[in-house]
Ligand binder design. Structure first.
Ligand SMILES: Nc1nc2c(ncn2[C@@H]2O[C@H](COP(=O)(O)O[C@H]3[C@@H](O)[C@H](n4cnc5c(=O)[nH]c(N)nc54)O[C@@H]3COP(=O)(O)O)[C@@H](O)[C@H]2O)c(=O)[nH]1
Length: 705
């Protein structure tokens, strides 16, 4: 329900009551006018009523006592009143008429010369004109406001004339000027295409053309060019502007320079797929390339090669010279490798010192070897950084594929296995992946899990193999040898499980158990009067180089009560290869405790012999590989003779391992070897058997044999 319009409030300012009555009556005749008439009879009251502004129209008599109604008109104009005023006079005076209109009166009526109908019409016209004026005023200020908004807008705004030929620009706001560098007067009258520079074939432009042809709005991001020629990313929204008949007269374009946002987005995308240090593709991009590589290899019947490159000797550089130097080496390694591959190949960094090279398009698989050799050569050249000369080499694992592989990332795993083999083969070389490697790895995994269970229950045994003095034939010590009796697989050789335990760190609890048990056993022999010299314990390089190794030896001796001279530790040359300086220091510390020290597997390592004179050792053990061929191979005989002679000159005792035949024993004896160990004398035996063996030996010795 709509409410009826309220009546017009009219005010008559008239000091003559008769005139008031006449006007009141005339108004009643006016017709079609819904109103309430108020009356005031003096200039002063009239002014107060005008100031209150509650009326819709004022009828003002020109003569108000000594005051003039014209003054009230002036007063109302000065207050910018929008309600209309009609001046009533007693006489027709054209000058007064003009003056009244000039001061803002809507009409001028001469008393006695108008009837009710004329008065009504004059009132309606006055009201209509006032309302039109007000509407106009409102729209003027709205236009001014919109203009100011456009000028203050952060977005660039450009308006083009849709009707004029070539649709020229008719307006551009200050933000447009800021973004493009063009001043408005430079571009007025031109078509916007000058912003396209030399890139008029962008897909976004096609979309704009289509939407203009269909007179619909469009939102695109396109490359535009500033006045200075520099490019920017323009986020542009164009809308058609129709007139009241629906005819599109203009287009308004609102634009924003989003170059910074684009740069940030592409930086994010780049960082998500590249290694920050070297700028090389990272694992995630490598996965994509690998997929693509497999597709290429399949489609064009080519070979895809994957190489996993791991640096040798990088960790000590990081540890010794700090990460800043390490980082520089990695960057240079990346550059050197990058120079060895072709465009289309991929060099990626997996992290740390691990890199991957993908060669997706090989005619023959073996072609990868040329690249592998180049990589190895280029990486092994010295690195000159901060007056340092540093050296690293690379171990490379290689695998080949024809692209027919369900999970391409498996190729990385295969290359990784092969790389591990390269490390095992002395580093600075490459190895191929084979299916056999795969089996080996899965076996290692199984072994590792089962080893963990064995460690939990310490279900190992120690066997002992006596060492015999060459001259007297008496037992002068025994070597403790670890055994793992497995419920299903029988006795597992330490040759099989110790390398796994060393890789996984499981060797530490095992090695500790061996040390403690061997010390306890020899103490038991001592207590029973059966101890014959020291028990030798093989010490893994991993355990030996642990920071608390000396402490663990001390504890083993203390808790068993075994005198230090009845314990001998056997270390291999590999300990010296890993960290010679620390190894020599530790050997001296052990010597201070009083334990015996032997160098095991002597002659099989690759290190320099010169370190031998600095080692506080008591013995060297000739590896059984030489002993086995002594008789058949004169070269092994010569090496054995050389070892014995050199050891004696350094005041070291010599024990020959793996003596199986009397001929070997005779040869060794002739060449002054000090002691034998081998099946010819005794196989490794459980502790319980050793006791019996030693008792028998003691009895024989007593009997003078
Ligand atoms: N870190 C540790 N290493 C250990 C430990 N126990 C053993 N090992 C090392 O495992 C390798 C294999 O040992 P094993 O199978 O026990 O073989 C030893 C002897 O049984 C064998 N041997 C002795 N005499 C003969 C012989 O006449 N012929 C022949 N074919 N083999 C013989 O030699 C091995 C002794 O080797 P070595 O230690 O080099 O003296 C081996 O490298 C062990 O060192 C352990 O507790 N910790």
């Amino acid at each position: 329900m709509t409410l009826p319009a309220p009546p017009l409030r009219l005010l008559l300012i008239e000091d003559d009551e008769d005139d008031f009555l006449i006007i009141r009556d005339l108004l009643r005749e006016a017709g079609n006018l819904h109103y309430v008439l108020d009356w005031v009879d003096s200039f002063e009251r009239g002014r107060c009523a005008i100031d209150s502004g509650v009326h819709d129209l004022y009828l003002i008599d020109n003569r108000l006592g000594s005051d003039s109604g014209l003054e009230l008109v002036r007063h109302a104009s000065a207050r910018s009143m929008h309600q209309p005023l009609i001046l009533l006079t007693g006489q027709d005076d054209s000058e007064l008429d003009a003056r009244a209109l000039e001061l803002g009166a809507s009409d001028y009526l001469v008393k006695g010369q108008f009837d009710g109908r004329l008065l009504g019409r004059s009132i309606r016209y006055a009201l209509e004109r006032a309302s039109a004026r007000e509407r106009l005023g409102r729209s003027d200020s709205r236009a001014a406001l919109l203009q100011r908004c456009l000028e203050a807008s952060y977005n660039g705004v450009v308006i083009v004339d849709a009707q004029a030929p070539d649709q020229p620009i008719i307006y551009a706001n200050p933000a447009f000027e800021r973004i493009t560098g063009y001043r408005e007067e430079e571009i007025l009258g031109r078509n916007c295409r000058f912003l396209q520079g030399n890139q008029p074939y962008q897909p976004a432009l096609e979309e704009i053309r289509r939407s203009l042809a269909e007179q619909r709005e469009v939102h695109v991001v396109l490359r535009n060019f500033r006045k200075d020629g520099s490019a920017f990313w323009n986020d542009l929204y164009i809308a058609p502007v129709p007139d009241e008949r629906g005819v599109v007269t203009h287009y308004v374009g609102v634009q924003n320079d989003i170059s910074e946002r684009k740069r940030f987005e592409s930086e994010l995308a780049y960082n998500a797929s590249h290694d920050v240090l070297t700028g090389l593709p990272n694992r995630s991009l490598l996965e994509d390339r690998l997929l693509q590589g497999c597709q290429i290899a399949r489609r064009y019947s080519r070979e895809l090669a994957v190489m996993l490159i791991d640096l040798d000797g990088f960790k000590p550089i990081n540890d010794t010279f700090g990460h800043a130097v390490g980082d520089k080496v990695l960057v240079e390694v990346a550059q050197r490798m990058g120079a060895q591959i072709r465009p289309g190949d991929t060099l990626a960094r997996l992290g740390g010192d691990e890199f991957v090279v993908l060669l997706p398009d090989l005619a023959h698989g073996e072609d990868v070897l040329l690249v592998a050799e180049r990589l190895i050569r280029s990486i092994s050249r010295p690195y000159h950084l901060n007056e340092l000369e540093l050296h690293v080499t690379a171990s490379i694992g290689i695998t080949l594929s024809d692209g027919e592989i369900e999970q391409p990332m498996k190729l990385i795993q295969q290359a990784d296995l092969a790389m591990y083999q390269a490390k095992q083969h002395g580093r600075n070389n490459y190895q191929w992946y084979t299916e056999h490697l795969n089996q080996e790895v899965s076996e290692r995994m199984t072994l590792r899990n089962e080893l963990q269970k064995a460690i939990a229950g310490m279900s190992f045994e120690l066997h002992y193999q006596p060492q015999i003095d060459t001259r007297s034939g008496l037992v002068i010590g025994s070597e403790a040898l670890l055994r793992w009796p497995h419920a299903e697989r029988g006795m597992i050789s330490p040759l099989r499980f110790i390398p796994v335990a060393e890789d996984t760190g499981q060797i530490i609890p095992i090695s500790q158990w061996v040390l403690d048990t061997a010390c306890r056993h020899n103490r038991q022999l001592l207590d029973r009067g059966l101890a014959r010299g020291a028990i030798s314990v093989n010490i893994s390089a991993v355990h030996f180089l642990r920071s608390n190794f000396i402490e663990t030896v001390r504890r083993a001796l203390d808790s068993s009560g075994l005198p230090a001279n009845l314990l001998e530790l056997e270390i291999t040359e590999s300990v010296l290869l890993k960290n010679a300086e620390r190894a020599i220091y530790l050997l001296h510390e052990l010597k201070k405790i009083g334990v015996g020290l032997a160098l095991d597997d002597f002659g099989t390592g690759y290190s320099s012999l010169s370190y031998l004179k600095d080692l506080p050792i008591d013995k060297v053990k000739i590896d059984r590989s030489f002993v086995q061929e002594l008789i058949s191979d004169p070269r092994d005989a010569a090496i054995t003779q050389g070892i014995i002679s050199m050891a004696h000159h350094l005041d070291l005792k010599v024990v020959a391992e793996g003596v199986e035949t009397p001929e070997q024993a005779a040869f060794l004896e002739r060449n002054q070897c000090d002691a034998f160990q081998g099946f010819l004398y005794a196989r490794p035996m459980p502790f319980a058997e050793l006791e019996g063996y030693l008792q028998r030996q003691a009895a024989l010795a007593m009997a003078g044999h």
